[in-house]
Design a protein around this ligand. Structure first.
Ligand code: ADP
Length: 203
């Protein structure tokens, strides 16, 4: 017997540049599900090496409870231990699983998301579609291709006010170079939302 009358497992992905409201949109969808008494579990990548309680926060300050995880395997273990997800559905899987900043997890999140959707879970994933060079971010294209729904959000270009589809990376106030490492330890870096015209990557 399934616990939930909601059988429509599927995969929803929310993408866009930084500041486009991906976390806000994830929080909005998750909050509505909670109000409708759905069982919801939200995850996000841990910045350090710990597995712990935390929150997803939008840049505007809204939050929702989440678990910080080190990778897709942590999510799998949290949801079902060693049991295959498909046979877990009736017992303990949530109705809705949300993941923020999904691009920082690993590619094993794709089969995990598909298994959850097959098991009847509504899976909502939010993350960057492009890196600071405006190149597709890691495994995100493969995730987008497999989703039932994709919402591509825009921010507002900080230079001209046009819809911003890209994340401008600044190091010491200057546009980052194409070959700068994606993660720079200890550098003074910041990000701004930019449109196609005002996004700069130095070669
Ligand atoms: P994301 O998860 O896509 O990074 P958030 O949901 O965390 O986005 O934050 C979206 C919020 O960021 C907006 O509601 C707004 O308050 C703020 N914000 C800051 N800079 C911008 C910008 N250039 N364009 C749009 N929103 C911005």
């Amino acid at each position: 017997m399934l616990k939930s009358p909601y059988h429509g497992g599927h995969l929803e992905v929310i993408v866009g540049p930084m500041f486009s409201g991906k976390s806000e949109e994830l929080i909005r969808r998750v909050t509505r599900a909670v109000i409708a008494r759905q069982r919801v579990q939200v995850f996000k990548p841990a910045l350090d090496n710990r597995y712990h309680e935390t929150a997803v926060a939008s840049h505007a300050g809204r939050t929702v409870q989440a678990l910080a995880v080190r990778g897709a395997q942590d999510i799998r273990t949290h949801l079902s231990g060693d049991t295959p997800l498909l046979s877990t559905r009736g017992d303990s899987l949530p109705d809705v699983v949300g993941i923020d900043e999904v691009q920082f997890l690993d590619a094993a999140v794709i089969p995990l998301a598909l298994e959850l959707a097959d098991a009847g879970v509504r899976v909502i994933l939010a993350g960057l579609d492009l890196d600071f060079r405006a190149e597709p971010f890691g495994f995100m294209p493969a995730l987008l291709a497999r989703a039932e729904s994709v919402e591509k959000l825009t921010a507002i270009c900080t230079v001209c006010g046009a819809p911003a589809t890209r994340s401008q990376r600044l190091i010491g106030g200057q546009p980052a170079r194409f070959d700068d490492p994606v993660v720079l330890v200890g550098a003074l870096e910041s990000y701004e939302a930019r449109c196609r015209v005002h996004h700069e990557v130095h070669h």
